[in-house]
Ligand binder design. Structure first.
Ligand code: SAM
Length: 342
């Protein structure tokens, strides 16, 4: 039970039991991905049958109700959002909320594999900034981490996105013994190309083929290591997400730390996450979820859906309790990151 009673229905805002305004929706448009990153997925994943997916029209309707209820930022993710068939139809449709001013930002998180094909269309639809996940610049390591990925294609995608005028933030998961020694070089490379970079702690989500403890690197430790080589100054820069940023004097660029394990950021959480089947997760690190597909399909009007969303926001938990250590062999949540998209 929450410590405090929900305060819902304050004007157009969604406010959770802890007084946090929810104005950011992340939507996983597919659970499928063309990569199989070792820390994210098992090699032989079972994906949802296509018939269980919401149609693009249904996803648009759901997102639109959230926008009407106060969501100002919308991020499409996955799985890999750009492998969902006709995804640009959804992007173009949702961009009407940018034009009307209801939405401040429409963005996406991608592995970059399809960016060369879609960058221009994304920019035309009003997308201004995207996150590209990239954990290494070494082609052999890239193949080892992603199992199926091709680094050259991702780099081509980054070039295309920058040429189309999209701002890129690079996201890298810190993986002990795999990419930790390379992170400073990736940062220099990103900053040299005018990209911000964010480093993320690996989270215990879903069964994978290896022991996460072996790869877990607390970012508090990485920061100490970085400070031996770089001058890091904390800055109040915010993008609506959970990263805390520093400016790196030697590169002039921004580096963000996302630290769900060593320092959780739940007190300022402004987000909820919708899956491609219409399930709403109120917290990345908890199992509780609300089914929005039934109220979506129960009537043509949106009243049922709106009440179901209010009810779900009223159960948003205070925070997650992720733990990674050798005594805790099971993931904190059974679902993989690809279900909710991070
Ligand atoms: N396919 C897209 C991509 O690669 O950006 C979007 C989905 S992917 C699940 C979103 C982000 O979650 C990626 O940056 C990925 O590295 C990260 N991720 C996946 N599993 C993770 C885990 N267990 N802990 C931390 N980050 C994870």
């Amino acid at each position: 039970m929450p410590d405090r009673m929900p305060q819902l229905g304050t004007g157009m805002n969604m406010i959770d039991p802890f007084g946090r305004t929810i104005d950011y929706l992340r939507v996983s448009v597919t659970d499928r991905c063309d990569f199989r990153c070792t820390y994210c997925m098992a090699e032989d994943m079972t994906f949802l049958p296509k018939k269980d997916l919401l149609s693009l029209e249904e996803l648009d309707r759901l997102c639109t109700v959230f926008v009407e209820k106060g969501v100002r930022r919308l991020r499409l993710t996955g799985g890999e959002p750009l492998v969902r068939k006709n995804v640009m139809h959804l992007v173009r449709g949702l961009s009407r909320h940018l034009k009307s001013g209801a939405l401040e930002e429409l963005t996406l998180t991608t592995n970059g594999s399809q960016l060369a094909r879609f960058a221009g269309e994304l920019a035309d639809a009003g997308v201004r900034r995207i996150n590209v996940s990239l954990d290494t610049l070494d082609p052999t390591k890239f193949h080892a981490i992603t199992r199926w990925g091709n680094l050259a294609k991702v780099l081509e995608g980054i070039d295309a996105a920058q040429a189309a005028g999209l701002k890129i933030k690079l996201n890298a998961v810190a993986l002990k013994g795999l990419n930790d020694d390379e992170l400073p070089d990736i940062m220099r490379w990103a900053h040299g190309r005018g990209m911000d970079m964010t480093i993320i702690e690996t989270m215990p989500m879903g069964e994978i083929s290896e022991d996460r403890t072996d790869r877990y690197l607390p970012l508090s430790l990485l920061r100490v290591q970085l400070e031996r080589r770089f001058t890091l100054a904390d800055i109040p820069y915010k993008t609506g997400g959970p990263a805390r940023y520093v400016e790196v004097a030697e590169t002039g660029g921004r580096l963000g730390f996302i630290t769900p394990m060593t320092h959780n950021f739940c007190e300022s959480c402004n987000r909820v996450r919708l899956t491609c089947t219409g399930t709403l997760y109120m917290c990345l690190g908890q199992e509780d979820a609300a089914d929005l597909r039934a109220p979506l399909r129960a009537s043509e009007g949106n009243d049922l859906l709106s009440s179901a969303i209010d009810e779900a926001i009223g159960r948003k938990p205070k925070g997650h309790d992720f733990v990674i250590d050798r005594r805790t062999s099971r993931p904190a949540v059974a679902r993989h990151m690809s279900v909710t998209g991070g």
